[in-house]
Ligand binder design. Structure first.
Ligand SMILES: [Zn+2]
Length: 412
């Protein structure tokens, strides 16, 4: 192997590679990373650099003794939506009931109406500052769901906006079709008919468009039943689309177990998941995606069965769940803090949850760890120890970000 032709070489850095090893965070103290094109070409101890630290590279960067991690991955967001729900939040704090909020035009129906009314350009302009907040914190891959259109044209519009965000911003966007997010008002009392629409019209249109990387649904007493979810997953599978599920957030409908039966990439939320479902997830390799921001915002007391996931060897990911109703979250770092404080994850588990395990949750095996051949998605941090990423509340120590081998300014 020759080092000639390296595009970038970082030295004077410590590496949290997140590759499972005997070292916490797969750490390499006083390491070096070389990048060619969009891939990591060499990584290891600086002293082991072939040819020594003076090896030529087109650009040599002094990391100043900082820590480098894989670029962060937010594997569950509803980043694209019309309007916001701050007024509803205010009413709720003043004691308004669910019915009063609905009468005042609040609830998910208001987001659906605003999203349908907005043009693609308006949705894009509203989403971009939200996306930029994540980019400033070292996020290099982000999942974005549809689910506020709830008719074929509006769902496709949302997915197109998500794809455009990925084309215009220095970030990889992964999309999920979430037509079965809520029942649109025009289908009130006719939920079966809406599920028919999802399966026979929306899913084929989404598959033809190539705009969705996976199919998601909201399986809950206030969402879709396990039988309806199974119908949607069967239709998705027949079109060659991978599935994931909002499961067991407010009650145990065995949603996570259902997701596991369909070989889902992930089951998300999971506050009420049973031990049987945990075992099924372990057997199917389904990732547990925990969303502490929603837990916090809704003041939910029920916590996901973290110890059971650990014992069963289910990979745990953490995500922002950025959405206007239950998690107006624009910080993935804050989710590390909440995962540690609310869910008792260790800082290392929380960091694995937004790197290695978040990549698994999206079915991506080319990122999430620092290793030769992986994508050069890198984040450089002004910290003395990786645990600081879960420790500070409301502080962003991100110093620099590299997306696909290209350093990007973080002050977007
Ligand atoms: Zn969600």
């Amino acid at each position: 192997m020759t080092g000639l032709g390296w595009d970038h070489l970082w030295v004077n850095i410590h590496l949290a590679t997140m590759v499972p090893s005997t070292e916490p965070c797969g750490a390499i103290i006083d390491g070096a990373v070389a990048v060619t094109g969009d891939r990591i070409a060499w990584i290891g101890k600086r002293d082991d650099l072939p040819g020594g630290a003076s090896r030529p590279a087109a650009a040599v960067h002094d990391g100043g003794g900082r820590w480098m991690t894989p670029g962060l991955i937010d594997c569950h967001t509803h980043l694209v939506f019309g309007g916001e729900r701050a007024r509803e939040f205010e009413l709720r704090l003043k004691g308004a009931s669910y019915e009063e909020i609905a009468r005042a035009g609040g609830g998910i129906v208001s987001t659906v109406a605003a999203t349908r009314a907005a043009s693609a350009g308006e949705l894009l302009a509203a989403a971009r500052p939200r996306l930029d907040a994540f980019l400033r914190e070292g996020v290099t891959t982000i999942e974005i769901k549809s689910g506020y259109g709830l008719d074929t044209a509006s769902e496709l519009k949302m997915l197109r906006v998500a794809r455009r965000l990925g084309a215009e911003a220095p970030v990889s966007v992964v999309t999920s079709f979430l037509g079965a997010h809520a029942l649109p008002p025009e289908y009130a009392g006719r939920q079966g008919d809406y599920v028919d629409l999802v399966c026979t019209e929306m899913l084929p249109a989404v598959a033809r468009s190539g705009l969705a990387d996976a199919v998601d649904a909201f399986c809950e007493t206030i969402g879709f039943t396990p039988d309806e979810t199974a119908r949607i997953f069967t239709a998705a599978a027949s079109l060659g689309l991978k599935v994931k599920l909002h499961a067991d957030q407010l009650s145990d409908l065995s949603g996570a177990g259902l997701a596991a039966r369909f070989g889902a990439l992930s089951a998300d939320h999971l506050e009420y998941t049973s031990l049987d479902s945990v075992r099924a997830m372990a057997a199917s390799g389904t990732v547990a995606v925990l969303l502490p921001g929603a837990n916090y915002f809704l003041r939910e007391r029920q916590m996901p069965p973290v110890a059971a996931f650990r014992d069963a060897g289910v990979p745990i990911a953490i995500a922002s769940n950025c959405n206007p109703g239950s998690a107006p979250v624009l910080s993935l770092l804050l989710m590390l803090s909440m995962a540690a404080t609310l869910f008792r994850l260790t800082p290392e588990e929380a960091l694995a949850g937004v790197t290695r395990n978040a990549a698994h949750a999206l079915g991506l095996d080319d990122r999430g760890v620092l290793a030769v051949g992986k994508r050069a998605d890198l984040a450089l941090w002004d910290i003395a120890h990786p645990a600081e990423l879960a420790y500070w509340i409301g502080h962003n120590p991100c110093h620099a970000v590299v997306h696909g081998g290209a350093p990007r300014a973080i002050t977007t």
